[in-house]
Design a protein around this ligand. Structure first.
Ligand code: KIV
Length: 271
């Protein structure tokens, strides 16, 4: 039976302390065991099992089709790989919007069946009851404001949110409310950097940005995007650390060539 490495685990409390001492929080997505193991070993603070799995893993155009069962499958795979990171799992579209009882049941299923450490929900004041009910079961909740991909058909585009003053004011109010309801952290997605900085400075819980500038308490990216595996998605905020689309493609081409030319396997690569 393999033993787990003895490491200091990242908890919601640790994230709070990081904000207090000004240490930035690094978060990435993962949906499977192998990727999660590499990311956790690298020392990431938070792994998000995002509903972006719907796009990245399943090839859907939006995050709406992914189901609760599918999220639990991805979350369980990630949890089995982790020694240190805090693992947060998205409640998928349709698993929490109907009422707070359904939200609680979905959150309990994620925690119980995958072993995750926290859940994330998209929205502000309109999901107050759901957040509060999930918290009564002792499940930590991360909020998500700004561009909320589960509402794509309401907004119609993936452009920057809260550029106008009234929307910016509402977002800031929502951030303060999410803190009051008891969220341990928030994600703010694709909003002006000045607004994101103001949000981070106005609340005491960590604010993690994506496309929200450098003034937040941490950053999150979709791992497949930052590794350059998805080459058709190129928003301004995305920094690519590798071009895996090209290097993996080259490796696959070389393998095909080697098989067809009978170069692989060699004498040393057989029994
Ligand atoms: O689903 C996801 O990957 C997310 C991040 C983009 C924050 O919610």
């Amino acid at each position: 039976m393999p033993t787990r490495k003895e490491v200091k685990k990242v908890t919601t409390h640790v994230l709070q302390e990081m904000k207090q001492r000004g240490e930035k929080i690094a978060m990435l997505t993962a949906y499977d065991y192998t990727m999660a193991k590499i990311i956790d070993n690298a020392g990431i603070d938070v792994i998000l099992v995002g509903d972006s799995a719907s796009n990245v893993m399943a090839g859907h155009e939006t995050t709406l089709p992914i189901t609760l069962d599918q999220m639990i499958y991805h979350a369980g795979s990630v949890i089995r790989a982790i020694d240190r990171a805090l693992v947060v799992v998205d409640l998928p579209f349709g698993s929490y919007q109907a009422n707070s009882k359904e939200a609680l049941n979905s959150a309990i299923r994620i925690m119980k069946e995958s072993g995750a450490h926290a859940v994330k929900l998209e929205g502000g004041r309109e999901i107050k009851e759901s957040i509060e009910r999930i918290l009564t079961a002792g499940i930590p909740v991360m909020g998500h404001l700004g561009l909320t991909p589960q509402s794509i058909y309401k907004f119609g585009t993936y452009t920057v949110r809260a550029k106008e003053q009234d929307e910016a004011e509402r977002l800031l109010e929502d951030a303060k409310l999410l803190e009051q309801y008891g969220c341990f952290a928030l994600v703010v997605e694709k909003i002006p950097a000045t607004l994101a900085t103001k949000v981070s400075q106005s609340i005491s819980v960590p604010v993690i940005g994506i496309g929200a500038g450098s003034g937040t308490d941490g950053q999150v990216l979709v791992t497949h995007d930052m590794l350059g595996m998805t080459h058709e998605f190129s928003p301004r905020f995305l920094r690519r650390y590798l071009n895996l689309y090209e290097s993996m493609g080259n490796a696959f081409k070389q393998y095909i060539t080697d098989v067809k030319s009978k170069d692989f396997p060699s004498d040393k690569e057989q029994y």
